[in-house]
Design a protein around this ligand. Structure first.
Ligand SMILES: Cc1cc2nc3c(=O)[nH]c(=O)nc-3n(C[C@H](O)[C@H](O)[C@H](O)COP(=O)(O)OP(=O)(O)OC[C@H]3O[C@@H](n4cnc5c(N)ncnc54)[C@H](O)[C@@H]3O)c2cc1C
Length: 491
């Protein structure tokens, strides 16, 4: 029964490019034996959650979902897929936003059962975790060890560390700790042919040739399956200071960033921009959120400082910078959190923006970056361009301005049809990405490429860089079984 059903479905799949292969039905039977009943899903209603993603822009299809229990089982599954040329899509917490985990045939490999913390080495400030550990659980395990794993993003309760590394996730602390790729000492990866690369070295210095882990970090599952990683840990913050600062212009945000960096050094842990429409939407739609200021202001930054030294007077340092800022007219007003509850309230305002946009109708999302110094120019040019392209469009800009990364989201004009507005996604994506890249920026700062932005690769990437990427892909995965159709397409 299994083989008859699978045979029918398999003929539907467009995998002709993959070349000669042993019959898929035999491979699927073997894979099912490898993972056992706990690791095999093929009922259509159970497959459904693996075929969609958060923003609902894609709907996929697959033969089955497998949930291997350990690295050896992952390797056995991949070996069978390699032999039978069955496409394989790695699946973590499914919080990705570019369709990278949505399958178009083949098998989905979920890392949910690879959820062990293998080792914590306090003296080495390192922790070895399996790919399926939820990011919030990684943070909690580090905290239990008296240390900090600093990667932090709004999806941390559901995304998995494997997905974070495969997408080189960013989040709110990049200005201090870097992206996910900066937080990794070693990796374990199952390669497209099923071999296991054990690169789980916990070394801070290792000058022995190509640093292969960086091939897989940010590769969105197209070069192999990350099964475990050695993560860097840091001292826990023991002093903090957080302020929401009202500013007149984006240029003032960059001027203030410069001054905070000069005065506070690496205590600067997050520096987030919020536009007035973003704050208005939060106050209008999110229960318990009220404007922290008596008057509306056009722009705000959320500044967060931390230090591992309990006695550090960060609040005084921040007050001094903000006081200077007032005199220099780059700061209009500020609220400084007095306790943990107020810190959480200010962060809630920032984190609620995507949710607050939903009741306002269709929203076209963007995730671009430019050199920090060019953020004001980007915002000015991009706002003028989208407003010229559609009257009444509402720019809801916010994001990690300390890294030059702006979520330049666009809410539909009031009263227009939601679907008609969303149908314009590609046009606006192009307008915004053209300006960002013209300013030396990137069309995808932190969400990756996936399926959504793969055509942008051809438009914006240097041809030599694209050729190098394709050479790597062909070298490691000549049959193209690993997450086909994502990130780079051949041609
Ligand atoms: C509310 C919200 C806020 C977000 N905020 C941020 C943010 O601030 N910064 C940011 O960078 N992203 C953000 N994201 C996007 C998303 O959370 C990240 O991309 C996250 O790192 C994805 O992890 P995941 O486990 O959900 O991966 P998935 O969505 O399951 O997969 C993402 C991609 O990685 C591949 N993949 C997954 N696991 C593996 C593995 N073990 N080996 C190889 N490939 C694998 C998949 O095939 C897919 O291509 C946000 C998303 C949401 C919903």
């Amino acid at each position: 029964m299994l083989s008859r059903k699978v045979g029918l479905k398999f003929r539907d799949m467009s995998i002709s490019s993959i070349g000669s292969a042993e019959p898929a039905t035999g491979a699927l039977t073997r894979i099912r034996e490898v993972v056992g009943p706990k690791g095999w899903i093929d009922r259509p209603e159970d497959l459904e959650p693996f075929l969609i993603e958060e923003r609902g822009r894609f709907h996929g299809r697959c033969l089955a979902v497998v949930r291997p229990a350990d690295t050896a089982e992952v390797a056995a599954v991949v070996r069978s897929c390699w032999a039978a040329a069955i496409p394989l899509v790695p699946h973590g917490g499914n919080t990705g936003l570019v369709g990278g985990g949505v399958p178009d045939g083949g098998i989905v490999l979920s890392t949910a059962r690879l959820n062990r913390i293998r080792n914590t080495d306090h003296a080495n400030r390192a922790m070895t975790v399996e790919a399926g550990v939820i990011l919030a659980d990684v943070q909690a395990a580090a905290e239990q060890a008296g240390l900090l794993f600093p990667l932090s993003l709004a999806a941390e309760g559901s995304c998995q560390i494997g997905g974070n590394l495969a997408t080189n996730a960013g989040g709110v602390t990049v200005v201090r700790y870097g992206n996910a790729r900066d937080l990794v000492l070693g990796l374990e990866v199952v390669l497209p042919d099923g071999r296991i690369w054990n690169g789980l070295r916990a070394l801070r210095k290792d000058n022995t040739g190509y640093d292969l882990k960086h091939l897989f970090l940010g590769s969105e599952g197209t070069l192999g399956i990350i099964t475990a990683a050695v993560l860097k840990l840091f001292a826990r913050p023991r002093a903090t200071a957080t302020a929401l600062v009202a500013i007149p212009t984006p240029a003032a945000a960059i001027a203030l960033l410069d001054r905070v960096q000069d005065a506070c050094g690496d205590a600067l842990t997050a520096f987030e921009l919020l536009s007035r429409p973003a704050v208005t939407f939060c106050c209008r739609h999110i229960a318990g959120i009220a404007d922290p200021f008596a008057e509306p202001h056009p722009w705000y930054v959320l500044v967060h400082l931390t230090s591992p030294r309990a006695g550090d007077s960060l609040t005084e340092a921040l007050e001094a910078v903000l006081g200077d800022g007032l005199e220099q007219e780059i700061v209009v007003d500020a609220v400084i959190a007095q306790n943990e509850g107020q810190v959480a309230e200010l962060w809630r305002l920032r984190e609620s923006i995507p949710e607050a946009q939903k009741p306002e109708g269709g929203s076209i999302k963007n995730d671009v970056s430019v050199p920090v110094s060019r953020v004001p120019e980007f915002l000015e040019r991009a706002t003028a361009a989208v407003e010229a392209a559609m009257s009444g469009i509402r720019v809801v800009a916010f994001g990690h301005v300390g890294d030059g990364n702006i979520h330049f989201n666009l809410s539909q004009p009031v009263g227009v049809d939601r679907d008609a507005f969303l149908a314009e996604w590609d046009r606006f994506d192009r307008i915004v990405a053209d300006i960002a890249t013209d300013l030396g920026g990137s069309f995808s700062a932190e969400h990756g490429v996936g399926r959504l932005k793969r055509s942008d690769m051809a438009r914006y990437k240097d041809p030599v860089e694209l050729d190098l990427m394709r050479t790597l892909k062909r070298g490691l995965d000549p049959a193209g079984i690993m997450n086909p159709g994502k990130l780079i397409v051949d041609g």
